[in-house]
Design a binder for this molecule. Structure first.
Ligand code: SAM
Length: 196
């Protein structure tokens, strides 16, 4: 029983693109009510269902309250874009690098489509900045974006840091919605001209 239908989006994306593996460390941004964490916990074997496979770690963070879930650590009532929150997440990792960063975060929708798009881009940028510091080389980032004119800049930034960047729209995402997902695979680090 998934906590919400969003589960199917991650299941479909993972089925096709194989991003979550047993033993992976995963951070899920915008995790409430928790269905992506449910999917991730199974896929990375955080549940230890398969004792022959390594045990993964799943950490979820959200502005909202999240009901506890076995084998998942939550940072509820927490704004992911807040530096202190990011520090707490890093602290809980104790120096471990992350295989996969997920973000299904979205701003609260308004009538102003352009503004919503820009806020969505800002959330993605925050996820990308964080990911650069924690991702293992070869790690992946899956990030929701509400489409719009700033999309190409984000795509270009991802292209510099990952070997393979795709825009994906899982069938479970309504065709009418302007949401897409950036799937950036194989983190290769930050180009040296970006390090100041
Ligand atoms: N993937 C989730 C699941 O399967 O249960 C559903 C996520 S829902 C579509 C988007 C979530 O992003 C909301 O719960 C919202 O509170 C959260 N969110 C938006 N901005 C956030 C922020 N700055 N920090 C943390 N969470 C945020």
């Amino acid at each position: 029983n998934w906590r919400c239908r969003s589960a199917f989006k991650l299941l479909e994306i993972d089925e096709k693109h194989k991003i979550l593996k047993p033993g992976n460390v995963v951070i899920d941004c915008g995790a409430a009510p928790g269905s992506w964490c449910q999917v991730a916990a199974i896929k990375v074997n955080a549940t230890e269902k398969d004792p022959s496979q390594p045990t993964g770690i799943v950490i979820g963070v959200d502005l909202l309250h999240i009901e506890p879930l076995d084998n998942v650590s939550f940072f509820p009532n927490s704004d992911f874009t807040n530096k202190d929150v990011q520090q707490s997440i890093l602290g809980s990792l104790g120096g471990k690098k992350v295989h996969v960063v997920l973000s299904d975060m979205a701003p609260r929708a308004s009538d102003a489509r352009q503004l919503d798009h820009e806020l969505s881009v800002e959330l993605c940028a925050s996820v990308l900045r964080f990911s650069v510091g924690v991702l293992k080389h070869g790690g992946h980032l899956l990030c929701k974006l509400w489409m719009g004119p700033e999309q190409n800049k984000l795509h270009a930034a991802l292209d510099k840091m990952f070997t393979n960047v795709k825009v994906v729209k899982p069938p479970a995402s309504r065709t009418s919605s302007s949401e897409i997902y950036f799937l950036a695979k194989n983190f290769k680090g930050v180009p040296s001209d970006k390090i100041k």
